[in-house]
Design a binder for this molecule. Structure first.
Ligand code: NAD
Ligand code: ISE
Length: 338
């Protein structure tokens, strides 16, 4: 029997997940779509014939044909949806960030720990990207020695209206924060944020670009250029520098055309293109694990740890100083790596 999924929030990401579940995922069907905007819910329902549109998540979660929930509403709305899903003991794939703030993320961790089993997978899709997986495998194999530094680039062509300095950390840099913890297998212990004079393309009130510097427990240093109105495309790159070699991922790939005395190729314009295969794999692995009665991948604890780093980063952004990260005690439920 296919897993009946309710997709909550049917904006850019949610609508893409509805289409993915309906057309490109084995063993699942969309039974409900929820959006506070009834028109959006109806439009998304048309992508998955047979599903029911709702404007109230609680009503969808109580429906008999809903076995699991995919949360793709904006970050500040995640806590309410997650606590409701946990109260129904429903498996959840929650888009990143788990929640923008650490206190709310810890409430999710505590609610799941009380339930006594993992129910939440967080949508840190970099962990499902083929090149990121290859990079992690190379680092884990140990042949290059200890990773000393990561140099990361995270560029978006533009931001949606209302994008703030905080969101540059909580919505954008949070991906590198999770990728750092996952790739290096270490917690992040301190953060600094440097703010060059903004690009003229930066919207009013947003410092863009910014450079986020992370220190890890075993002494690695990670620099992350976040430039979310670069104008020319969507680029996510990472170079790991180790004791005996380096690994670079995320370079543009062919076809590179040479003509008229020049050579070059396309630059992806958005995350839906750049990470399409990663989202497909993330959702398929979630459906497969859920149907087996398990929960794998990035956990609520990973979501909480990333939120705690973001909280320190927001203070570093405001003060210009170095801010240490404070983490709560990790419940035993999360002892196994995700
Ligand atoms: P969006 O603004 O395009 O869509 C959000 C939708 O949620 C809107 O249709 C809105 O009406 C609806 N909504 C708001 N509050 C709601 C609530 N309480 N219940 C139900 N629906 C509600 O935003 P988006 O860009 O699609 O982002 C959604 C989520 O996906 C965010 O968590 C974001 O961080 C994440 N995201 C992840 C990636 C990625 O690469 N993994 C990329 C983009 C967005
Ligand atoms: C967005 O929410 C995402 O998650 C994208 O992957 C990221 O590149 C972008 O900066 C965020 O706003």
């Amino acid at each position: 029997i296919p897993l009946g999924v309710a997709v909550i929030g049917t904006g850019r990401m949610g609508a893409d997940h509805v289409r993915r579940l309906a057309e490109a995922t084995r063993g699942a069907r969309v039974t409900a779509v929820v959006d506070v905007d009834a028109g959006r819910a109806r439009a998304a329902a048309a992508l998955a014939p047979g599903c029911t549109p709702y404007t109230d998540a609680a009503a969808a979660m109580a429906a008999e044909d809903v076995d699991a929930v995919l949360v793709a509403s904006p970050g500040p709305a995640h806590e309410a949806a997650l606590l409701q899903a946990l109260a129904h003991d429903l498996p959840v794939l929650c888009e990143k960030p788990l929640t923008p703030d650490a206190a709310a993320a810890l409430r999710i961790v505590e609610a799941e720990a009380r339930l006594g089993r993992r129910r939440v997978q967080v949508g840190f899709m970099r962990r499902y990207d083929e090149e990121y997986r290859q990079l992690k495998a190379l680092l884990d194999a140990g042949g290059l020695g200890r990773p000393l530094m990561l140099h990361c680039v995270h560029r978006n062509a533009s931001t949606p209206p209302g994008f703030t300095d905080r969101m540059l950390l909580e919505d954008s840099a949070v991906h590198e924060i999770d990728a750092t913890r996952w790739l290096l297998g270490q917690e992040i212990t301190a953060v600094r944020v440097l703010r060059p004079a903004p690009s003229p393309a930066a919207p009013e009130g947003l410092g863009d670009p910014q450079l986020v510097l992370l220190e890890t427990a075993a002494g690695a240093v990670v620099d992350v250029e976040v430039f979310v109105n670069c104008g020319f495309g969507y680029q996510v790159r990472c170079e790991a520098v180790c004791e005996r070699g380096s690994v670079r991922i995320g370079e543009e790939r062919g076809p590179a055309v040479a003509a008229d005395g020049r050579w070059g190729g396309p630059v992806p314009q958005d995350f839906l293109t750049r990470f399409r295969a990663a989202y497909d794999r993330e959702v398929q692995e979630w459906v497969d694990a859920t149907r087996r009665g398990t929960c794998t991948g990035p956990s609520s604890w990973d979501g909480y740890a990333a939120a705690a780093v973001c909280e320190a980063a927001v203070r570093a952004q405001e003060t210009g100083g170095r801010v240490e990260v404070a983490l709560a005690e990790r419940p035993a439920l999360y002892d196994e790596a995700g």
